[in-house]
Design a protein around this ligand. Structure first.
Ligand code: UD1
Ligand code: MG
Length: 408
């Protein structure tokens, strides 16, 4: 057993070492690709700046490619004892790792396709579900535990444990869709996509370290084998993407990050805990539902509006007429307005004085934050939202290690 612990430590050390090396190389070579991306028309305009400069977009693909290089190189290192000393290979662990990389690799590819081809909403929901199938199959073959422990208060009715069966697989498939899209729609200011992903990734790493000597040690080591290379590939990207952005990460990165979290959550067996790190993203998703499902008109961009006179970001708005809302849309609109998640002004139409025109801030956490705390400089806004993410992750740890004692 002591032997096994030693080799686990060696493997982790090897993982950290090649991740670190990858990170340094990535940081050095990133600027070199700039012209290549611009020439390939992979570029976007930074909408929140005075000078509307073109910035290379979809840089997440370089990060993702490096992640794959590092994790592929890690495969022989991970099984060095088999290669060097003929020790028996654990097929179970091998397949798990390969399936994880297959799902993440697919997602990087699909994200890049989205950046190049601008996919439709429907596809954005469908693709992560398909990409998570290898993962679910491995879960089925290796683990296939679909039983959940019921919280104390519900036990008189449901018993100690409940087998969710097929529904558990539906839940895991939806987790992949949620993680990928939730990061992609919490976006639009310099550094926020990679920043939030890094905070979540570090939280995952810390929870793995906390559980390192616990009964599920193997699951958490598996998670570390993926999350350490992820962090290593995301940090250089963050350094170029933070305010003022020199590169944009594209949907490629959002999908890559989301899928990595889903993979470690599912195969590492801590998906519920993982979701606790997504509190701001869950809030943003719930807030977005009226626009995502077209109850309220959804413009192409919902990112905050830049005011060149003050150099500050303000809530962006969407305009629509009272008469264009269905009964149910009106109800949703009223509720959101009542709780002040949105700021609304109304006026009478210039021509037809009976028509009421609404101007509502867009339904996102960033705009909500701006309506509450007032206009902000872009770099300040990113810093404050990332601080909020850190606070939420700390709350997640408190819920997991203190509050959950009351329920389990
Ligand atoms: C998602 C959001 C959209 C938001 C956009 C911002 C939903 C349903 N979609 O769309 O509301 O406006 O992300 O990324 O919520 N950009 C900047 N500064 C930044 C980051 C991006 O100006 O810091 C602009 C650039 O013009 C860039 C574009 O946003 O080219 C990228 O948008 P994209 O990722 O393609 O938008 P979606 O993911 O479709
Ligand atoms: Mg995007």
């Amino acid at each position: 057993l002591a032997d096994e612990k030693l080799s686990q430590t060696i493997r982790l050390f090897l993982n950290v070492a090649i991740s670190f090396a990858g990170s340094i190389i990535l940081f050095k070579i990133m600027p070199k690709f700039k012209d290549m991306f611009i020439r390939a028309d992979l570029k976007g305009t930074d909408l929140s700046k005075k000078n509307k400069i073109q910035i290379p977009e979809a840089y997440g693909v370089i990060s993702g490619a490096f992640f794959l290089i590092v994790t592929f190189l890690f495969i022989p290192l991970r099984f060095y004892e088999t290669l060097a000393f003929n020790k028996e290979l654990s097929h179970h662990q091998f397949i798990e790792y390969l399936a994880a990389l297959l799902s993440i690799g697919c997602m990087i590819f699909l994200g890049f396709a989205d950046d190049v081809l601008d996919l439709k909403w429907r596809d954005k929901l469908l693709l992560p579900t398909v990409a998570s199938l290898p993962l679910l199959m491995v879960y089925f073959a290796n683990i296939n535990s679909t039983t959940i422990i019921v919280p104390y208060p519900l036990r008189p009715w449901l018993g100690y444990a409940m087998n969710l069966g097929f529904l558990y697989y539906v839940y895991m498939g939806m987790l992949a869709v949620f993680c990928t899209n939730a990061i992609n729609i919490y976006a639009g200011i310099n550094g926020i996509e990679v920043g939030q992903s890094l905070v979540i990734a570090f939280s995952v790493l810390i929870s793995n370290l906390i559980e390192f000597n616990g009964p599920f040690r193997d699951n958490h080591i598996f998670s570390m084998y993926l999350i350490i290379p992820f962090i290593a590939c995301a940090i250089p990207l963050f350094l170029y993407n933070k305010y003022p952005s020199r590169v944009f990460v594209g949907d490629t990165f959002c999908y890559f990050a989301g899928m990595t979290f889903a993979v470690v959550g599912i195969l590492g067996h801590f998906s519920k805990f993982l979701l606790l790190f997504f509190i701001p993203q869950i809030f943003n998703f719930l807030l977005s539902i009226p626009q995502l499902f077209k109850f309220i008109p959804c413009p192409r961009h919902r990112m905050p509006k830049y005011n060149p006179e003050t150099d500050l970001l303000e809530p962006s708005v969407v305009q629509f007429y009272d008469k264009d809302l269905s009964k149910i849309s009106q109800l949703i609109f009223k509720v959101f307005r009542l709780f002040r998640f949105i700021r609304v002004t109304e006026k009478l139409d210039d021509k037809d004085k009976k028509l009421v025109q609404y101007e509502s801030s867009n339904f996102t956490i960033i705009n909500f934050y701006l309506t509450v705390f007032g206009p902000k400089r872009e770099d300040q806004l990113t810093k404050q939202l990332l601080t909020l993410q850190i606070i939420c992750c700390l709350i997640a740890f408190m819920i997991r290690y203190q509050l959950s004692k009351l329920f389990y």
